[in-house]
Design a protein. Sequence first.
Lengths: 159, 159
Amino acid sequence: MEYSIREATAEDMPSVLELIKELASFEKEASAVEVTSNDLVHDGFGPEKRFHCFVAETNTTIVGMALIYDRYSTWKGPIIHLEDLVVSEAMRGSGLGTALLNEVVKYCANQGVKRISWEVLDWNEPAINFYERKGAKVLRDWDVVHLDAQGIKNYLNNL
Amino acid sequence: MEYSIREATAEDMPSVLELIKELASFEKEASAVEVTSNDLVHDGFGPEKRFHCFVAETNTTIVGMALIYDRYSTWKGPIIHLEDLVVSEAMRGSGLGTALLNEVVKYCANQGVKRISWEVLDWNEPAINFYERKGAKVLRDWDVVHLDAQGIKNYLNNL
């Protein structure tokens, strides 16, 4: 299969949003996606670049993406977070996930960061196996915590 | 007890580093802290501000801190991550953790973000109970994944 990995452009954001929604559906959170493709254009390609995105393309169809941004570890200093690594369902098992992750790791190594972090659902064994084969450590004793928009409102009301 | 919460300055970074190390020891990872106070000054107060920090102070002693930075959710847009919320051991149970978290939530609400995220060790029941009382959700099915510095090196060597 012929494909290329390249940096995303603003014009790719509608396709990237489709992949974001595909992953959210797989994660049983389809309705959680509030971001629009205009938001992605603004946030990734506007005055304040909040993320960096790679896309995988066959002919002229975008079939995968990886979206990363800077974080800060008080143990390691600047690190990079991989927010989403998505390969369209029809293309899974074709090596695209590895090709995208290769680009991410090369980019992060060039930035000199001491860690790449991400998050995974504990029932997503194919993803966990893939990441562990790549040398990543799944920290099963660390849980993610969220205070969501309603939680923030409630918090302030209770002050 | 008299205390004040204020924005951290570069001069606070040695004290903030002590609190970072205190938390890392509690998390059984004391040797994982590679950051120096010079790094914190550079990364928080240099040309590229990678984090925002609040400190809790009694008289002139810093006894707590909260360190946050921007992240990006492909579901919610700009969000803020709470990397560390630390109260010095001698001062725990004094309301300082709540006072620091209040400042963080007010700051995040002013920024208009739709989520505050953080991470917690699944055996740290006092922290989990504290966060849940504040309305946060501990997502026990989401695990944190790390590719560390050695993992990045190995990854590139295997390409």
